[in-house]
Design a protein around this ligand. Sequence first.
Ligand code: GLN
Ligand code: ZN
Length: 768
Amino acid sequence: MVHSANLGYPRIGRGREWKKALEQFWAGQLGEDELHAQLKTIRLGHLRKQQEAGIESIPVGDFTYYDHVLDTAVMFGLIPERFGVHDGDAADLSLYYALARGNQAAAACEMTKWFNTNYHYIVPELNELTPRLTRNRLTEAYREAKDELGIDGRPVLLGLYTFLKLSKGYAESETDQWIDALLPLYAQVLRELEAEGADWVQIDEPVLCTTLSEADYGRLQRIYGVIRQEAPGVRILLQTYFEAVDGYEAVAALPVHGIGLDFVHDGGRNLEAVLKFGFPADKVLGAGIVDGRGIWRSDLEGKLGTLERISERVDADRLIVQPSCSLLHVPVSAEQETGLDDVLRGALAFADEKLGEVALLARGIRERGSESEAVREALEASRRKRQALQQSPSRSRSEALQGIADLATQPFARASSFASRRETQQARWQLPLLPTTTIGSFPQTAEVRSARHQWRKGALSEQQYVGFIQEQIKRWIDIQTDLGLDVLVHGEFERTDMVEFFGEKLAGFAFTANGWVQSYGSRCVKPPIIFGDVELDTPMTVEETVYAQSLTELPVKGMLTGPITILNWSFVRDDLSREEVAYQIALALRKEVEALEAAGIGMIQVDEPAIREGLPLKREQWPHYLNWAVRAFRLATATVKDETQIHTHMCYSEFNEIIDAISALDADVISIETSRSHGELIASFENKTYDKGIGLGVYDIHSPRIPAVGEMEAMIDRALRVLAPEQFWINPDCGLKTRREEETVLALRNMVEATKSARAKYAVQANA
Ligand code: GLN
Ligand code: ZN
């Protein structure tokens, strides 16, 4: 009989009580016992909720005190040496949180993105360590669910191969040694689970959805062969997600009892493979059919159709209905979003609603052909809610639709080549050699945040708030002028973050009250929802920018967030392709760009810090994504005059692989965050010929440390070994909103000093 499962549940809690407990503990406001007690209440509450939703296989052990990858490292005693001598007690919370957050003596472990999501995990450092099992978290979790709630849970374990691929501190050639070292520990964990009575264990191996080599498949075969032999009593569901598996036949043949596949984010390829090659008769198929990443109600009829096709190849008692991945990536409950329009709220499905969908689909497919009244009604109710949004006049806007319909005739290229624009722009601006600028934001002080808060509450009138913002702008225009910077910014004091500010002003966006998703540790984000066609009705940034420009003869850069960043940091409607939504945003931004230009703003920066993170998991899909991402940027910026200078900014240094796409943006000037891996990035310019204006950040804004003049001179020298002085800009490596005012001013003063001496040096060379 088809049954239902879940793969993981959000930890943060409906009112972010998990986050609050952690932060109170860190602040010393909550004792260790209280923390354990509060988290236990949260954890059990989540299990109960899944049970009540009718989920038959409920994950246990997916809950964490910070991050599940860190949990795995700690479970295997992989504690970097800099954390000193300790008894390796995995229950030692101060050690656990020191790994994640650093302490006086040791810097925190690195944190990086979990595949193509916005969740960040702690990167395990293997180095010379010897792994051992410190404590079996999974037996504890399994026992707790059973004892407290009578739930026979499905323990979730991060797979050995994925764990290794995510770890650092070992050479590729040591992979097999590490497999040998970890295999007995995995086997032991599984044997203990078996002894505890666990029947199925979910082992997550999302690396199976990346591009793997023959050697990788060979290793996976070996790992699961050994596990099966060493722990024959538990059944393994090998879980994949976020994409199709490339080597379907190799994966299906792995010596495990079940395979979980993503039928939502696979581009249809997993389904195709199942239909073409069939599915092993001795295995269970976990069909990830409800989108674990998006926030929309499923098209349940469509899903049932897919399940029906799958069941042509898989017996009913070997089919499990489940989400496409852990529900970690969606907010907890749409029910509490009472501030949203009813039609929009009705079309949302967050984690709790998705559990209901999974249970309903399992029942629906069991009863297929002779559905009970209850199932028919539930399907119909869901269909109506989706349709209501689909047909809602609030969703469609004619101008946006027309823009997309006319895409073929839209300009995607500037009128002149970069070489000729450069001359026109230089004639207009007369910038010195090595012009100095900043990335856009200046310190968002408590005062700035409080003023915004007061204004939102209505305690500050619109007029008072505008006055306050203008004061800040004026103060910082003066500071920038005193410092001697060449290209100024207004400082972004009116913005909370890079997307919300624009989303609130554009048509097609909605904001939840509690749509939080864990980003890293206790840090959560609340992405806006793009539910309708995106359009610009009134200018968004013209007022502040024009005000700033009115105070100075020096150029002030207009400052916008680019279409791909807005897209990648939002929840996006599922009835249009992401590409189309990106073009809609681009067209709205183009209006803003044109409005700025018409108001006399001659330099406009369109930030795209999120282009890189949108890269698909599979390399072969990169060109397609990069192609439309570049087109969207160009659509937003191509119509300005030659003399208007388009800037862009990106926040990463792994730039080498996408340098051609970045050059294709055709921005006149780009600034990139590089100070943390300077040498590496600069090397990437050695054989490439990047000819446009470029600023490689000369200091790291993420640290409160004031960089010395000499350090920045060295950075400049290094960059100018491969880049021409005529194309080089001097700037910090990112926005300054998280820094304090004193730090900012001192650091920028040193930056200007460093520039002066570099100018003296390179002007001589340029004339020689
Ligand atoms: N203009 C933005 C700022 O300075 C850019 C931020 C970013 O790159 N993430 O804050
Ligand atoms: Zn940045």
